[in-house]
Ligand binder design. Structure first.
Ligand SMILES: Cc1ncc(COP(=O)(O)O)c(C=O)c1O
Length: 487
C-alpha cells in the first residue's frame, strides 16, 4: 500500500508497462555523478567534513551558472520587452529601445506574453535570415527558418520527422562518437537505430571519410541509414572541422542519400590559430548546384552558447534547405502542436541576430563585452590543454573551439578491474573518486561514447580562470595519486 492507498500492483503505469524507449534513454551530463555532487553539497552545508570546502562543477556547458556575466545589451532589450514602461526610462539607450519596440510591434497585442506564430515571429525570422546572409554570403529565406526552444527542441523535432520503418527497415541515424548525448538519448526515445562513426582522436578529432563509409556500410545490413549528424565545433571534443572535412561530409551525404544535420551552436567559439568556422550551408552552396540543389540540410543555432551563454532563455533556430515541401508542411504541423517557442527566447535570439552596429550608442560596450567573454574562453582553452598535457597519463587534444576539454586518461589495469567489480565504467569510477576526494565534478567519457578500451573525461572551460586553474591542478594531483594507488 502507498501513501495514496493504491496497491503497487493496481498502478496502470509501472516500470513494466511504461514506454520501454524511455527506459533506454541515458543522459550523462546530468547523470549519477551530478546527483552525487548535489548530495555532497548538501552534506557540506550540514557540516560534514570533507577534504574540500566546495564542489566545483565543470560538468555542464551552463555559462552563467559558472559565473559568466550576461551581455548588457541583450538584457536591456529583453527588459524593455518585458516591462514596456521602461521605454520611457532615460537609463536605456535608444538602440535598445528601437529594437524592443520593433519586437513588441510584432507580438500579439504588443505583449511578449502572447503566443507567437508556431514557426516563430516573422520579423525575427527575417533577422535570422539576414544574419545567415551576412555570415555566409548566401541568400537565406525566412520561410526556411524555424525558431525553437533552444537547439535541443529543433534537433529532436527533426529527428522525429526522420524516423520510420520496422526491423531492418528502421531509420538509422549516424552520429559521431564521442557525441553530445542529446543525440543518443533522442534516438533511444524514438526507437531509431544509432549508427556510430568514430572521430579521429589522433588527428584532433577530425572526421574521416573512410570511417564514415565503414560505419554506413555496416549499418545497411540491419537498418536504413537516413541521416548524418555533425557537431561543429565539437562537443565534447572541442575540435573545429576544416573546410575540407565539411566538403567530404557533404559529398558523402550526397552519395549515400543522407539528410544532413549540422549542429553549429558553438559557431562563435573558435579559439585556435588557423581555425575558422565554416557553416555547412556556406560550404554546400560554394560546392555548386550539383550539391546545393540536392543535399537536404538542417542547421541549428542557439542562444545558449557562443558569447551569450543565455541557456535559460531557451532561444534557438533551425534553417532547412532542400526540404521536401510536403515534409515542410508536416514540420509546420508538428511545431504547431506545441504552440510556439518561448517568446522571451525569441526576443533574445533577435538581438543576437541583430546586435548593435558601429555608430549606434551601445556598440562600443557590446563589442567590448563580447570580445572579453570570447578572449577569456580562448585563454582558458589554452591553459587547460597545456596543464593537462604536462601530466603523465593525460593526453589532451587542442581545445580549438566550443567549451570543453576532452582528455584521454590512461588507467591502471587494477583500477579497471576495481571498476568492473562495482559494475561501473572505468572512467565513471575515476570521476566518482575525483568527486569524493577533491570535490571536482566532471563527466566520464563513457557518457559520450569512446573507442573501446580508451577512457576520457569532459571538463568545461567555463569556470572563472582562477577556479579553472584550481580544477585543473586538482585533477592533476588526483590523477597522479589515483595512478599510484592502483599500480
Ligand atoms: C552540441 C550541442 N547541441 C545542442 C545543445 C543544446 O543546447 P540548447 O538546447 O540549450 O540550445 C548543446 C548544449 O550543450 C550542445 O552542446
Amino acid at each position: 500500500m502507498t501513501e495514496n492507498g493504491i496497491m503497487h500492483s493496481e498502478r496502470a503505469l509501472t516500470l513494466d508497462t511504461m514506454n520501454p524507449n524511455v527506459k533506454r534513454v541515458e543522459y550523462a551530463v546530468r547523470g549519477p555523478i551530478v546527483q552525487r555532487a548535489a548530495q555532497i553539497e548538501k552534506e557540506l552545508k550540514e557540516g560534514v567534513k570533507k577534504p574540500f570546502t566546495e564542489v566545483i562543477r565543470a560538468n555542464i556547458g551552463d555559462c552563467h551558472a559558472m559565473g559568466q556575466r550576461p551581455i548588457t545589451f541583450l538584457r536591456q532589450v529583453v527588459a524593455l520587452c518585458t516591462l514596456p514602461e521602461l521605454l520611457e526610462d532615460n537609463k536605456f539607450p535608444e538602440d535598445a529601445k528601437s529594437r524592443a519596440r520593433r519586437i513588441l510591434e510584432a507580438c500579439g497585442g504588443g505583449s511578449i506574453g502572447s503566443y507567437s506564430m508556431s514557426q516563430g515571429i516573422e520579423v525575427i525570422r527575417q533577422d535570422v535570415a539576414r544574419y545567415i546572409e551576412r555570415r555566409d554570403g548566401i541568400p537565406s529565406n525566412p520561410d526556411n527558418i524555424f525558431l525553437s526552444s533552444g537547439a535541443s527542441d529543433a534537433i529532436t523535432t527533426m529527428l522525429k520527422l526522420l524516423v520510420s520503418g520496422e526491423g531492418a527497415t528502421r531509420t538509422g541515424v549516424m552520429i559521431s562518437i564521442p557525441q553530445y548525448p542529446l543525440y543518443s538519448a533522442t534516438l533511444a526515445d524514438l526507437g531509431a537505430v544509432q549508427i556510430n562513426y568514430y572521430l579521429d582522436e589522433g588527428n584532433c578529432w577530425s572526421l574521416d571519410i573512410a570511417e564514415l563509409r565503414r560505419s554506413v556500410t555496416e549499418a545497411r545490413k540491419h537498418c536504413v541509414p537516413r541521416a548524418i549528424c555533425v557537431i561543429n565545433p565539437g562537443n565534447p571534443t572541442g575540435q573545429v572541422q576544416s573546410r575540407q572535412c565539411i566538403e567530404d561530409v557533404i559529398r558523402f551525404a550526397a552519395e549515400e542519400n543522407l539528410f544532413l544535420m549540422a549542429d553549429e551552436v558553438y559557431q562563435d567559439n573558435i579559439y585556435a590559430e588557423g581555425c575558422k568556422f565554416n557553416s555547412f550551408k556556406k560550404v554546400l552552396f560554394e560546392m555548386g548546384p550539383k550539391y546545393s540543389e540536392k543535399v537536404e540540410l538542417a542547421s541549428f543555432m542557439s542562444t545558449s552558447k557562443c558569447y551569450m551563454g543565455e541557456c535559460g532563455f531557451r532561444g534557438g533556430y533551425m534553417e532547412v534547405i532542400n526540404l521536401d515541401p510536403e515534409v515542410k508542411a508536416q514540420l509546420i504541423k508538428m511545431v504547431s502542436v506545441r504552440l510556439c517557442p518561448p517568446v522571451t527566447g525569441q526576443a533574445l535570439l533577435d538581438i543576437v541576430m541583430n546586435p548593435p552596429q558601429d555608430g549606434e550608442p551601445s556598440y562600443p560596450n557590446y563589442k567590448k563585452e563580447r570580445a572579453a567573454v570570447l578572449a577569456a574562453l580562448a585563454d582558458k582553452a589554452k591553459m587547460a590543454e597545456e596543464i593537462f598535457n604536462k601530466v603523465p597519463g593525460i593526453h589532451c587534444n587542442p581545445v580549438q573551439g566550443a567549451m570543453y576539454a576532452f582528455p584521454r586518461i590512461e588507467l591502471p589495469q587494477k583500477a579497471i578491474e576495481a571498476a568492473k567489480e562495482k559494475g561501473q565504467a572505468a572512467d565513471m569510477f575515476y570521476c566518482m573518486a575525483l568527486l569524493e576526494e577533491k570535490g571536482i565534478c566532471l563527466v566520464p567519457g563513457s557518457g559520450f561514447g569512446q573507442r573501446e578500451g580508451t577512457f576520457h573525461f569532459r571538463m568545461t572551460i567555463l569556470p572563472p580562470t582562477e577556479k579553472l586553474k584550481i580544477v585543473v591542478e586538482k585533477v592533476k594531483e588526483f590523477h597522479l595519486d589515483f595512478t599510484k594507488r592502483y599500480s
